[in-house]
Design a protein around this ligand. Structure first.
Ligand SMILES: Cc1cc2nc3c(=O)[nH]c(=O)nc-3n(C[C@H](O)[C@H](O)[C@H](O)COP(=O)(O)OP(=O)(O)OC[C@H]3O[C@@H](n4cnc5c(N)ncnc54)[C@H](O)[C@@H]3O)c2cc1C
Length: 367
């Protein structure tokens, strides 16, 4: 029988989390994933420590690197390092991580149909009729977790406006327990060198008009990376206001990148993808006939985080030298509190704005 309580489109972290939590709550769930699993997803694979309490048991065995030190650079030339007392983030491989999350959803009872592309949905009586490359399915609810180019979001009339363009390549080299982030390279965005087990992931994310491939190559050379391998590109959508979030309509909700639930400061998306999947299910269970209102309400704190991250991003990227100096004087260490889940972006912003003004005055007024 092709009838489900919930069809989830997309088998990334947002879709798996939605399916995992919905199955746990007793719903009959179908995940549609257009690719063959395991599937590649371009990503630096850095998850902040604050996600760890929410991940299904067993995720620790997927950790390639425990990050206990951050290096902040400016323009690929200067930098400083701030060690942490305990891990603040973890590097995982997205192929393994996403497969693990999908398996966990299936263990809870979700049915996965891979190499099955979602095409279209329409109302048929009280249900949704869902057309795919592998036939027609029916469901009471649908969650679109189909990433940046979400077909579900497009069908609901949404159009992406705010996003980073991101380039990344993988090469040999070792950083083990450190991550390096460089600002001062593009107007809004940053470049990174992260460990990937015993290798490196090198990339850049920005939302301006740049010759990004050249900018990334120049950056890598400045940072002593000799072997620049094949460069891949993808997009990171972000939200920095309530209006930027695509919640969904009627009994159709959107999660993860499909909803633009990604951090506008650094483009961290896995945490928000996973979290929005859980919240979407809470909303569906709480008000099955009108879940969107409750979804908005339950996501309020998370969206407020993105709004404050956006305020920090706009100021920090507008005055990058000021941000760099502030970070050196202590803001980077304070940021570790956020990565570990002990602090919110709102607290970080309220704590930092006075220091920002002082540093700003020092750089631009008194000098
Ligand atoms: C270069 C780069 C580096 C990044 N680094 C980090 C990082 O270090 N840390 C971090 O937290 N975030 C990072 N991100 C962001 C992160 O990758 C995303 O936010 C995250 O993958 C969002 O998860 P998702 O499940 O919403 O979407 P996705 O992971 O994109 O999954 C969507 C799934 O839907 C499937 N799909 C799409 N269309 C259809 C369809 N029509 N029918 C069926 N299935 C479909 C796709 O095949 C895919 O499997 C990075 C992004 C990029 C581009």
């Amino acid at each position: 029988m092709n009838f489900y309580d919930l069809v989830v489109v997309g088998g990334g972290p947002a879709g798996s989390s939605t399916a995992f939590h919905a199955s746990k709550r007793g719903l009959k769930v179908l995940i549609l994933e257009k690719k063959k699993v395991p599937r590649f997803k371009l990503c630096a694979g850095c998850i902040s420590g604050r996600i760890s309490p929410y991940l299904p048991a067993g995720w620790e065995k997927l950790v390639l690197n425990r990050i206990s030190s951050g290096v902040l650079g400016y323009a690929g030339t200067e930098s400083f390092e701030v060690p942490a007392e305990e891990p603040i983030a973890y590097i995982i491989d997205r192929v393994e991580f996403d497969t693990f999350l999908l398996e966990k959803a299936q263990q809870e009872g979700a049915h996965l149909l891979q190499e099955c592309e979602f095409f279209y949905l329409e109302k048929e009586g009280a249900r949704y009729r869902i057309s795919t490359s592998k036939g027609v399915f029916y469901a009471d609810h649908l969650v679109g977790s189909d990433g940046f180019y979400s077909k579900v979001a497009t069908l609901l009339g949404y159009k992406k406006k705010k996003f980073f363009k991101a380039l990344e390549f993988f090469t040999e080299g070792a950083l083990f327990h450190k991550v390096l982030i460089d600002i001062g390279i593009v107007k809004r965005g940053y470049a990174w060198i992260f460990p990937k087990g015993n290798n490196l992931s090198v990339g850049i994310a920005c939302n301006g008009d740049y010759e990004l491939t050249k900018t990334l190559k120049d950056y890598a050379e400045k940072r002593g990376i000799k072997n620049i391998t094949k460069i891949y590109g993808w997009y990171i959508p972000y939200a920095e206001s309530n209006e930027d979030v695509f919640y969904g309509k009627e009994r159709i909700l959107l999660t993860g990148d499909a909803a633009n639930l990604t951090d506008p400061l650094l483009g961290e998306g896995i945490y928000y993808a996973f979290w929005s999947g859980k919240v979407a299910v809470d909303a569906l269970v709480l008000s099955p006939s009108h879940p969107t209102g409750n979804y908005k309400t339950l996501l309020k704190d998370l969206v407020s985080e993105l709004v404050y991250a956006g305020k920090i991003a706009r100021l920090g990227y507008r005055f990058q030298k000021v941000a760099y100096r502030m970070a050196k004087k202590g803001a980077l260490r304070t940021y570790y509190g956020l990565l570990k889940g002990n602090m919110s972006y709102k607290e970080l912003f309220l704590k930092g704005w006075l220091d920002f003004l002082k540093e700003f005055a020092y750089n631009y007024v008194w000098r």
